[in-house]
Design a protein around this ligand. Sequence first.
Ligand code: ACM
Length: 268
Amino acid sequence: MLAGFFQFEPVFGVVSSNLDTIEEVADRESFDLLVLPELCTTGYQFVSQKEVRDLSEPVPGGPSTDRLIKIANKSNAHIVAGLAEKDGKDIFNTAVMVNGSGMVSKYRKIHLFHEETLWFTPGSELPDVVDIGSARVGMIICFDWFFPELTRILTIAGADIVVQPANLILPYCQKAMQTRSIENRIYTITSNRTGTEERGGKKPLTFTGGSQVTDVKGNVLISASANDEKLQVVEIDPEQARDKSITPYNSLMDSRRPDIYADLLGKK
Ligand code: ACM
């Protein structure tokens, strides 16, 4: 299957123009699974709760999800995108997965980063592992990488690929995702954004780009530079993520010792 990312610089607050950018680029390329950055239709550096509320939308049923479904339909593909989701009084930092028929799954970020804690309600449910036919896919969002438990749980639940819409400003994640691949024998797709936002007199935030796809041994198959604005895809074989043998005597899943881990956690 052809899987990859579209790394770009969303324009803050102009949802329809960001969707135009995504559609123009997606229409020119072929892919089976495309991952877009976190909050890719709104931008990241909010300055008030009103601003977040005004820019957020229902997922599904909002204009961004509807448009992504249309784009996925033209490409006959699955698309994962980070959106600001409004649900009653709550606003979530959400990743949505769509195909041409509609929303397939969504995940509300459970580990909020920095000022996201001011604007968003943390999610309270684990992401699903979604069987998209050619692969089983789990979603995490950006700072979730700092909590390897989440990727491990998705692996135990059968994920071949962990996808990560991101708005990274710290420099460590790309290397850490190579480790997430090695320790779980899975593919990962990180879709980060580029550019700098400096709004409301706040400290500027510069996003680190470096979107990448890693294979089940942690090799970086494709990667973008810090500033590239491009869609990149690579052929991957999700079956490789189903072979968890490390040596003839060690299968990753069978070598785990949850019985002992539980004892340790009990002592905490
Ligand atoms: C992040 O979670 N946006 C760093």
